[in-house]
Design a protein around this ligand. Sequence first.
Ligand SMILES: Nc1ncnc2c1ncn2[C@@H]1O[C@H](COP(=O)(O)OP(=O)(O)O)[C@@H](O)[C@H]1O
Ligand SMILES: [Mg+2]
Length: 167
Amino acid sequence: MEKINKIGEGKTLRIISDSPQFTRSLGKLIGLYAEAGDIICLEGELGAGKTCLVSGIAEGLGINEGIFSPSFIIVAVHRGKLPLFHIDLYRLEEGEITKLGLEDYLYDEGVCAIEWAEKAKPLIFSDHLWVNISYQGNDKRLLTFQSRGNRYDKLLEELREFARLST
Ligand SMILES: Nc1ncnc2c1ncn2[C@@H]1O[C@H](COP(=O)(O)OP(=O)(O)O)[C@@H](O)[C@H]1O
Ligand SMILES: [Mg+2]
């Protein structure tokens, strides 16, 4: 599973998670590795585990407060080692997203984690990590990481190594 295949420009890594704790630990690694301007895009149905992964990213950034997907908040800002901009596009139509000024966050000093990122795909031009989470029954999830850019290629290596050591 933890093989990195080159597909097109980026690389792909697939990891099976057997628990929310493991998904969170993968997020934590992303948070520990994070630098200002990082963009983490999350795709997956409701209950897949996107927010769970973001809570791990927050932990890696040293953020102690809870991470939720609140119904009425589109962007939640959390202060840690770097600010985390937790964006949830669930409630927005694609037309509304173009008016959101997402670019302001994408090129900011912080780390941007975007749930339902597929809705904003045409607006994401810069390098990023794309994460697709799919339900595999009970507590099992397939996480597919795709890198776009060298920095994220390296992050994929870190994630691969971490998953290898965890199994
Ligand atoms: N392996 C797993 N990874 C992530 N979440 C899991 C896993 N197994 C079970 N879960 C549960 O699935 C739910 C995921 O919820 P959440 O992260 O809010 O999803 P989303 O943000 O994608 O809608 C949580 O209740 C979590 O405990
Ligand atoms: Mg969510």
